[in-house]
Write a protein that binds this ligand. Structure first.
Ligand code: PRX
Length: 640
């Protein structure tokens, strides 16, 4: 940047004090078809519109833009240790595949503004589908492949997609997981029916084809082999996608993002935060079903002109399907990965492997490992930092934000990380800590408060909740009395140097192996079991997964739980139910039976007290508790 301040403090200050000048400068990192008239429209808070009047396209910036300089360089590297497939698509190849997919979607009736739901494993076709939607101005809604029919049906109903793109099956640990029956069941459950379903077929599981509705990608691709589908120029504020995430209620929220703001935010983050350069390789181990997959498997690296690795499989499985704890490191060596992005959970899995595996390959290309999604504990951070000998960069953000809120911007100024802290506020984010009940701003270092953002939120941040502006305002912006601030629902503290420490969620969201889940959704699934009268689900600390879900159930017939054979059977039934409704990711680690749940006198479930007891902590102030014996039951069960 021409007039970039030399240090991060100035860079940050400019982003907050002169956002228009700051973001106008950043906007030059992408290509615009038509320049914008206004940088930031914050006339109607908390809604913010970035780069109004401008026209651009995410797919153009991720693919077409690079054809001039790097058509024959690697763009998408699809690697599956599940099937042994390894294939590199250059920018030219990707351009062709995306156009074939775009033509296929159009042939199925998809037009600008239509929704396309993508329910796919980690295969190249998933990225083609996302980019094809962006290309033609369709709104994609990717649903994590680990979710089952109930979750999927709720998302189909909310997104009302014209077309669903899916596959015969995913695969995990060498075992095929049929997707098609789950999809068919979800469509049956949903009141909304898609007009067409487009299916990639790897022949991992048999597929029942619904005549007239289902189409095979191989067939349509063959028809559209030479398709030329130009990018649709979209308003900067046009919706690019929605992605569902869990909150306090049982109903998942469709986080909605724009086009121009998101493109600029990602391009800026590739430069200032990830310090990745065009022609290099980025490797994010996340999944396209999560926000990290959207921002840093598909769009971010490609917008930055980098090759991106799309990896299907476990971190401990070789290309021959046999155990191999060094598979990721072999990819770093082979593809000269410079920038890697993963989650603490994955590192904790690798930590159980032979440490010599870290030395097996030449990792000299690697400059940094970014970790996000859950708290990074110090032993894990130290282990990987010593093993790789590159900076380990913790970064804190959310599905809602789309890119890091707290970290260090080494592309602007090298700054030391502190163990246990994701870092300092990123440019564009006016981060504050507020007192939980008074809403007063906390300024003394070390005080614990709720992490909030003052508007306007930066480019790339969610625009609203899909189809529900009121819920967006009420959920995120009205939770602090008398102040309109964005609530992250995370606890935090700030030290004297301005580094933040994140202490966990203030709401009922839990984080299992880096997967964000709502305890209310799990409770709703369990409540559907005919014998269940009442249930509480809490997140309990787990050494490997960060947290696991633990369910406490009151049965309609209390005597059933006295019989251990019956209660074991019921536990299995309840787990199966959650598997079928939500997917195995949401399955509680244990289902425990009690005769009453701890509540306040006004009948509110004391989830935090249950959680504290499960973790062997003090349950805190229980003066409002109705029935102390109920909490004692929980205590007896978990200490047994
Ligand atoms: O509680 C915070 C935790 O994960 C939540 C967001 O999860 P999700 O929407 O899935 O987005 C993940 C994007 C990386 C946050 O509200 N979280 C995320 N990163 C960190 C974290 N907690 C502690 N440290 C982090 N680095």
């Amino acid at each position: 940047m021409s007039n970039a301040p030399a240090n991060y403090a100035d860079f940050y200050r400019q982003s907050i004090d002169q956002p228009d000048a700051f973001w106008a400068e950043q906007s030059r990192l992408i290509e615009w078809h038509k320049p914008f008239d206004r940088v930031c429209n914050y006339d109607n808070p908390p809604f913010v519109q970035w780069f109004e009047g401008g026209e651009t396209n995410l797919c153009h910036n991720a693919v077409d833009r690079h054809l001039k300089d790097r058509a024959d360089q690697a763009a998408l590297i699809a690697v599956s240790s599940e099937t042994g497939l390894e294939k590199t698509y250059t920018f030219k190849d990707l351009h062709l595949e995306v156009q074939r997919m775009a033509a296929s979607l159009k042939a199925l009736g998809v037009q600008k503004g239509d929704r396309v739901l993508i329910y796919m494993p980690m295969i190249a076709e998933a990225a083609f589908a996302m980019l094809a939607c962006a290309r033609i101005g369709a709104i994609h809604c990717v649903v994590f492949g680990g979710f089952a029919s109930g979750s999927l049906a709720a998302r189909i109903e909310d997104a009302t997609p014209k077309v669903i793109v899916s596959a015969d099956a995913g695969s995990r640990g060498g075992r095929a997981l049929a997707y098609k029956p789950l999809l068919d069941e979800a469509i049956r459950l949903s009141n909304h029916k898609p007009e067409a379903v487009l299916l990639a077929n790897r022949k991992l599981a048999p597929m029942a084809i619904v005549a007239g509705r289902d189409h095979l990608w191989d067939d349509l691709r063959a028809i559209h082999l030479d398709a030329q589908i130009p990018c649709e120029w979209l308003d900067s504020t046009a919706i690019s996608y929605t992605i569902y995430t869990s909150g306090t209620t049982g109903k998942a929220k469709g986080v909605q993002r724009d086009t121009g703001g998101y493109a600029v935010a990602l391009a800026a983050s590739m430069k200032h935060i990830f310090d990745g350069r065009a022609g290099e390789t980025f490797f994010s181990t996340s999944d396209i079903g999560w926000v990290v997959g959207h921002s840093y498997i598909v769009y971010g690296p490609l917008i930055g002109g980098m090759a991106t690795i799309l990896y299907e499989g476990l971190p401990t499985q070789g290309m021959d399907g046999k155990p191999d704890g060094a598979i990721w490191w072999s990819l770093v060596e082979k593809y000269r990965v410079t920038t890697m992005f993963s989650a603490p959970t994955a590192v904790r899995v690798l930590k159980k492997q032979d440490p010599a595996l870290l030395k097996k390959y030449n990792l000299s290309s690697l400059r940094a490992l970014f970790l996000a999604g859950e708290p990074l504990d110090e032993p894990t951070a130290r282990w990987i930092s010593e093993g790789l000998n590159v900076p380990i960069i913790d970064n804190y953000w959310q599905t809602e934000s789309g890119w890091p809120i707290l970290t260090v911007a080494n592309g602007v100024e090298k700054k030391a990380s502190k163990f246990g802290s994701p870092g300092v506020p990123m440019y564009g984010y006016n981060v504050k800590l507020l007192h939980e009940s008074t809403g007063e701003e906390l300024t003394v270092p070390g005080e614990k408060g709720v992490v909030v953002l003052d508007g306007p939120t930066p480019p790339g941040f969610m625009q609203t909740i899909w189809n529900d502006d009121a819920r967006f305002v009420n959920t995120y912006w009205k939770s602090v009395p008398g102040r309109m601030v964005y609530n992250t629902f995370d606890w935090g503290i700030r030290d004297k140097d301005g580094y933040y420490f994140i202490l966990g969620r203030t709401d009922d969201v839990i984080n299992v192996a880096g997967h964000r889940l709502g305890t209310r959704e799990i409770e709703e699934s369990i409540s559907g079991h005919l014998q269940v009268a009442e249930v509480a689900v809490v997140g309990v600390a787990d050494a490997l997964k960060g947290q696991v879900a633990m369910a406490f159930v009151v049965l309609k017939d209390a005597s059933a739980s006295q019989d251990s054979a019956v209660s074991l059977k019921l536990e299995a039934e309840i787990m199966k139910r959650v598997d079928n409704d939500l997917g195995a990711v949401a399955r509680p680690a244990r289902v425990r039976f009690v005769t009453a749940l701890p509540k306040t006198r006004s009948g509110k479930l004391l989830r935090r007290a249950i959680q504290a007891v499960c973790e062997g902590r003090d349950a805190g102030d229980l003066t409002t508790m109705d029935d102390p014996a109920a909490l004692q039951q929980v205590k007896d069960l978990v200490t047994k």
